[in-house]
Design a protein around this ligand. Structure first.
Ligand SMILES: Nc1ncnc2c1ncn2[C@@H]1O[C@H](COP(=O)(O)OP(=O)(O)OP(=O)(O)O)[C@@H](O)[C@H]1O
Ligand SMILES: [Mg+2]
Length: 235
């Protein structure tokens, strides 16, 4: 059986249109795979391209070349070549993503922000809210906040809403961009336990964790992104 995520030969550069079309190569020949039940961590210094790689795997950034093969239910799609419609389909059913910051939507309560991915997949609204409540409870979000829109929440409170929203579904591939960066020790441990449960359930996880404790606890392998640093172009 193919691994859920197989990346090979992926290259990315940004073109700075405001700087006379200056090309900024970020990564080249990115190659790795993530198996079911495995948590692979992207390491390397700030600016090495870790978040850019996650964004390419979620279809947020187009790639210059290479393959991003996503396999689910015996069907493989190359995300590097996928149409916008295919990308949306993959996001709904295969690839989940916890971004570093919650994108808040005005007037939607924290509980509904968390329940929404399940409702969008056709699950009963009341049952979805029940599941959302259980996750918010587990992540120690005060009950008084559940019915409020998260826009005014603290950084750590917003991050816990974001984590609950990303973990509520059973996407077979889950991308995590520093999900524990603004959490206290107790909630970091909750997230570690949630990641371990996803691994046991067979989810393929790819994450960025600056926190040493979290990284040690969850990583099966660490990939140093500086290995994908592009060769200097001739000036
Ligand atoms: N949309 C963009 N346009 C132009 N340059 C970008 C864009 N996104 C990222 N970059 C550049 O690509 C490089 C890699 O950025 P990226 O965010 O992937 O790094 P990172 O490894 O996640 O760093 P950090 O640990 O600080 O989060 C940086 O030099 C950044 O300036
Ligand atoms: Mg980053």
């Amino acid at each position: 059986m193919s691994d859920p995520l197989v990346v090979s030969g992926v290259a990315k550069s940004f073109t700075m249109h405001l700087r006379g079309g200056l090309r900024l190569p970020v990564v080249d020949n990115v190659i790795f795979r993530v198996a079911r039940g495995e948590c692979v961590v992207l390491g390397g210094p700030s600016g090495a391209g870790k978040s850019s790689i996650l964004k390419m795997l979620y279809g947020n950034y187009a790639v210059d070349g290479g393959e991003i093969l996503v396999t689910h239910d015996g069907e493989t799609v190359d995300l590097a070549q996928a149409s916008p419609r295919q990308v949306l389909q993959l996001r709904r059913s295969v690839i989940g993503y916890v971004s570093q910051f919650l994108r808040t939507v005005p007037r939607v309560s924290a509980l509904d922000v968390v329940a929404e991915p399940l409702i969008a997949r056709g699950q009963d609204a009341e049952a979805s809210r029940q599941q959302a409540s259980a996750l918010l409870e587990r992540l120690n979000l005060p009950h008084a906040l559940w019915s409020l829109p998260p826009a005014t929440f603290s950084g750590g409170e917003q991050q816990r809403v974001n984590i609950a929203r990303g973990f509520i579904t059973e996407h077979p591939v889950l991308l995590l961009d520093e999900p524990t960066a603004s959490l206290d020790a107790q909630n970091r441990r909750v997230v570690i336990a949630m990641i371990e449960e996803k691994k046991r359930a067979g989810t393929a996880l790819l994450g960025i964790f600056h926190d040493e404790e979290v990284r040690e606890a969850v990583a099966d392998r660490i990939i140093d992104v500086t290995a994908f640093r592009p060769a200097r172009e001739a000036a």
